[in-house]
Design a protein around this ligand. Structure first.
Ligand SMILES: NC(=O)c1ncn([C@@H]2O[C@H](COP(=O)(O)O)[C@@H](O)[C@H]2O)c1NC=O
Length: 525
C-alpha cells in the first residue's frame, strides 16, 4: 500500500508549544485541521485556518470538556481500515470521513499531582480520557494514520510530508505509534500509582499489583562489567519519585558508574546512621564498610576508620557526616579514592581535591528517605520489601547476662549495631571506642566471618582486648561467642532467638561477658 496522503488532521493539545507553527505549515500543505476548544482558539488567534471538532461530531463539547472527541465519527475516521471494502462502505453509510493525522498531548496529570496543594478532585479532572483514546485509535491504525504526541516530532513529520508528496513513511508511522503506547502506558501508570496511594495510603508489599515507573536519568558506560549495558533510572512508585539528582550532585570527576552508584548507596546508608552525631566517617569497598569511626574531628575519624583496614580503602568510597574540612581533606588526599561524599565542602577543599581529575566529589544535598520499597530483580521476577529502616534504641535492648554492659560498652554496642546492619551477611563486627576493629563480611558461614574479622584486626595490630562484638543474626552455638571471648571482647550484641540461646548465655556468663539481645535480625543479602 502506498503511503496515504495526509488530508485531514485532528489537533488537540494541552501543551501548546510549537503547535501554531506546525499547524500553519500543515495548512500550507493543504491539510484540513479540526480542533478542540482551547487548541482551536490558539490556532484561530494566530490566524491559522482550523475548524471546530463539533463540525465533525455534530455535537458540542459537553460536561466541562469531559466529552469532546469521544464520538464514532472521530474513532471511525481513525480506525477504519482503508483497504477493507466493508469498512469503507460503513464509513460512507455513516457519514464518517477518514482522519489521517492525530496531534494530541495529554492533560498534565503528573504536573498536577506534583503540586503541593493539589486536591483529589483536581487530580481526577486531569485524567485525560479523550486524548489517550484518540492516540490509541490512531496508533493502532498506524498502517494509514500518523500520530504525534511529542512536539519534538513536528519537524520530522513536516519534513517527510514535504519529501514524500504529503505523506509520512511507513517506518515513521510505526515508530510514532510505538511512542504513543509507551506514553499512554506511562501515563496510566502514574494514574494507577496515584490512585493506589490515595485509596490505600502507603502501598503494601502484599498488594496484588504494584505500579512502578522508571525513567532514564543517567547514562552509564556499562554495568557491573564492561560487557553489560546499563543505565540509572529515576524511580516513581507509591511513595513518590526518587532520583539521584534529588539527593546528590556530582561536583567533580568522571561520570559515575554502575558500581559507583551501588557504593554511594552503601556508604550513605551507613553515614545516615550517624546524622547529627559526632564527626563520623565511613569507608566502603564493594558495598561493604571496611572502616567506620567517630571522633572529635573528621580528620581523626578518618584516620581511625582507615586504620581498621589499610589496604581496602584504596579505590574506595568515603562518606562524611559533616562538611569536609581542610584537615580531613588533606588526610584523605593521601590515597586514591573513587568517590568522596559530604554534605558540604569547606572553603578551599574542592580546589585541593579537584586536582585529582578522576576522583568524583559528590555533594549529598539532603537525608535519604528512611522508608519506601526496596526492589531486587531475579531472572524470574521481582522481589519487593520494605526498606530495613527499623532502628533499635537502647531501651529496646534486653540484657540477657548476669553482667549489665557498662556505659562505654553500651555506646560501642549501639555503634556496632548500626554498622552491622549495612554489612553483607554473615556479619561479625568488632568495635572498640567507636571504631571498627575487625569486619567479617559476606561469608557463607558465621564461623568464617568471625575468623576473618579477628584475622583482619590482627593484620593491622588492633588489639581486640576490651572490644565488643556484633552479629547480624543469632549465634546458633556457643562456639562463635567463645571465640570472641577468647579474642578479648567484653560485650556482645546480637538478635537472640536461637534454640540454643541458653547455652550461649551460659557461655557469656561463664566468661563474665555482658550480652544484649536486639530482638531484630539484620540479614543483608
Ligand atoms: N474528553 C475528550 O473527549 C477529550 N478530547 C481531547 N481531550 C484532551 O483535551 C486537551 C486539549 O483541550 P483544548 O484544546 O480545549 O485545550 C488535550 O490534552 C486532549 O488530550 C479530551 N479531554 C479529556 O478527556
Amino acid at each position: 500500500m502506498s503511503d496515504p496522503v495526509i488530508k485531514r488532521a485532528l489537533v488537540s493539545v494541552s501543551d501548546k508549544t510549537g503547535i501554531v507553527d506546525f499547524c500553519r505549515e500543515l495548512s500550507l500543505l493543504g491539510v484540513e485541521i479540526f480542533s478542540t476548544g482551547g487548541t482551536l482558539k490558539s490556532l484561530q488567534d494566530a490566524g491559522v485556518s482550523a475548524a471546530s471538532i463539533s463540525n465533525i461530531t455534530g455535537f458540542p463539547e459537553i460536561m466541562d470538556g469531559r466529552v469532546k472527541t469521544l464520538h464514532p465519527k472521530i474513532h471511525g475516521g481513525l480506525l477504519a481500515v482503508r483497504e477493507n471494502p466493508d469498512h469503507v462502505k460503513q464509513a460512507v453509510e455513516n457519514g464518517i470521513g477518514f482522519i489521517d493525522l492525530v496531534v494530541v498531548n495529554l492533560y498534565p496529570f503528573e504536573a498536577t499531582i506534583a503540586k503541593p496543594d493539589v486536591t483529589f478532585e483536581d487530580a481526577i479532572e486531569n485524567i485525560d480520557i479523550g486524548g489517550p483514546s484518540m492516540l490509541r485509535s490512531a496508533a493502532k491504525n498506524n498502517e494509514s494514520v500518523t500520530v504525534v504526541t511529542d512536539s519534538a516530532d513536528y519537524a520530522l513529520v513536516l519534513k517527510e510530508m514535504k519529501e514524500n508528496n504529503g505523506a509520512t513513511r511507513r517506518a515513521t508511522r510505526l515508530r510514532l505509534a510505538t511512542k504513543v503506547f509507551t506514553e499512554t502506558s506511562r501515563y496510566d501508570g502514574a494514574i494507577a500509582a496515584y490512585l493506589t496511594k490515595a485509596s490505600a495510603g502507603e502501598q503494601s508489599a502484599a498488594a496484588s499489583s504494584m505500579t512502578v515507573k522508571l525513567e532514564r536519568e543517567l547514562d552509564m558506560r556499562y554495568g557491573e562489567n564492561p560487557h553489560q549495558s546499563a543505565g540509572f533510572y529515576t524511580l516513581t512508585d507509591s511513595n513518590g519519585s526518587r532520583s539521584f539528582g534529588d539527593f546528590f550532585e556530582k561536583l567533580h570527576g568522571k561520570e559515575l558508574s554502575y558500581n559507583n552508584m551501588l557504593d554511594i548507596a552503601a556508604a550513605t546508608g551507613v553515614i545516615e546512621e550517624f546524622r547529627g552525631e559526632d564527626p563520623s566517617v565511613v569507608i566502603v569497598k564493594h558495598t561493604n564498610p571496611c572502616g567506620v569511626a567517630q571522633a572529635p574531628t573528621l580528620a581523626e575519624a578518618y584516620r581511625r576508620a582507615f586504620s581498621t583496614d589499610t589496604q581496602a580503602p584504596f579505590g574506595g568510597i568515603i562518606a562524611f557526616n559533616r562538611p569536609l574540612d581542610m584537615e580531613a581533606a588533606v588526610a584523605v588526599n593521601e590515597i586514591f579514592t573513587e568517590i568522596l561524599i559530604a554534605p558540604a565542602f569547606e572553603s578551599g577543599v574542592l580546589e585541593l581535591l579537584m586536582k585529582k581529575k578522576d576522583r568524583r566529589l559528590v555533594l549529598q544535598k539532603k537525608a535519604l528517605p528512611k522508608g519506601g520499597w526496596e526492589f531486587k530483580s531475579t531472572p524470574f521476577g521481582m522481589l519487593v520489601q520494605e526498606r530495613d529502616s527499623k532502628i533499635v534504641a537502647k531501651e529496646d535492648l534486653t540484657v540477657v547476662t548476669k553482667r549489665q554492659p557498662t556505659e562505654e560498652e553500651l555506646s560501642d554496642l549501639m555503634f556496632a549495631w548500626k554498622i552491622c546492619k549495612h554489612i553483607k551477611s554473615n556479619t561479625i563486627l568488632y568495635v572498640k571506642n567507636r571504631q571498627t576493629y575487625g569486619v567479617g563480611a559476606g561469608q557463607m558461614s558465621r564461623v568464617d566471618s568471625s575468623k576473618i574479622a579477628r584475622w583482619k584486626a590482627s593484620e593491622v595490630n588492633l588489639d581486640l582486648k576490651g572490644s565488643v562484638v556484633a552479629s547480624d543474626a543469632f549465634f546458633p552455638f556457643a562456639d562463635g561467642l567463645l571465640a570472641a571471648a577468647e579474642a578479648g571482647v567484653t560485650a556482645v550484641i546480637q538478635p537472640g532467638g536461637s534454640i540454643r540461646d541458653n547455652e550461649v548465655i551460659e557461655a557469656a556468663d561463664a566468661n563474665n561477658l555482658a550480652m544484649v539481645f536486639t530482638g531484630m535480625r539484620h540479614f543483608k543479602h
